[in-house]
Design a protein around this ligand. Structure first.
Ligand code: 5GP
Length: 211
């Protein structure tokens, strides 16, 4: 088996789940809730060139690296997929992911829309979830309520959302975040159902018959 085929085979063992959504939809909070409720699911820690916020720790939320280091990692094939968001690089490092999946772990990704689509292209059996607001006016209200952005930035994010939302058909699942608890429950239900797909349990009948 070639090295990359071996790598792909390795990555096939675990369930890979990515969540994307327009800015302000509440993705971070929903993901946090899902991780609290499924403590066994690992989180893919991305590499980013964006400056670290005071509340963040290198190696916890992200691996914070310089632009130059990020580009070096890309050139060496150490980044599975990447995107540029607000002038900063974000990418999924290959090595930690290989390790997690090699250990049989299921892995949750928090990715931009194009990041989820790239993951799906590389690993067709990965599961992509698109988190959406009930409406664009609801999204605007959330961004205004959050109060972290100027009206100008909010309008730019809404414009971006109007480009992203029509890509819903490219995702496996679409979840409306009308309520934090309900949205988290829906994502947990998707993960549970996906884990029970037969192709993720090949040989189960033999194990039962001979167990
Ligand atoms: P933030 O700077 O707010 O932490 O993240 C900005 C955006 O980058 C979020 O939409 C997040 O989902 C996305 N993101 C974080 N890590 C990655 C990654 O490794 N790849 C891609 N494609 N997007 C990422």
């Amino acid at each position: 088996m070639s090295e990359s085929a071996e790598q792909t085979e390795q990555l096939r063992k675990g369930l890979l789940v990515s969540v994307s959504g327009p800015s302000g939809v509440g993705k971070g909070t929903v993901i946090e809730r899902v991780r609290m409720r499924i403590p066994d699911i690992a989180h893919s820690i991305s590499v980013t060139s964006r400056p670290r916020r005071d509340c963040e720790t290198d190696g916890v939320e992200y691996f914070f690296r310089s632009d130059k280091e990020f580009k070096r990692m890309m050139a060496k094939g150490e980044i599975l997929e990447f995107d540029i968001y607000l002038n900063n690089y974000y990418g999924t490092p290959v090595k930690p992911l290989e390790k997690l999946v090699g250990e049989g772990k299921d892995v949750l990704f928090d990715l931009t829309v194009s990041g989820s689509l790239a993951l799906k292209e590389k690993f067709p059996e990965s599961v992509t979830i698109f988190l959406l607001p009930p409406s664009v006016s609801d999204l605007r209200d959330r961004l205004v309520r959050r109060g972290t952005e100027t009206i100008d930035v909010i309008e730019r994010r809404l414009l971006e959302a109007s480009v992203e939302i029509p890509k819903a058909d490219l995702f496996d699942y679409v979840v409306i975040n009308d309520d934090l608890e309900r949205a988290s429950n829906r994502i947990i239900a998707i993960i549970e159902a996906e884990k029970h797909r037969y192709f993720r349990q090949i040989g189960i009948e033999d194990r039962i018959l001979n167990g």
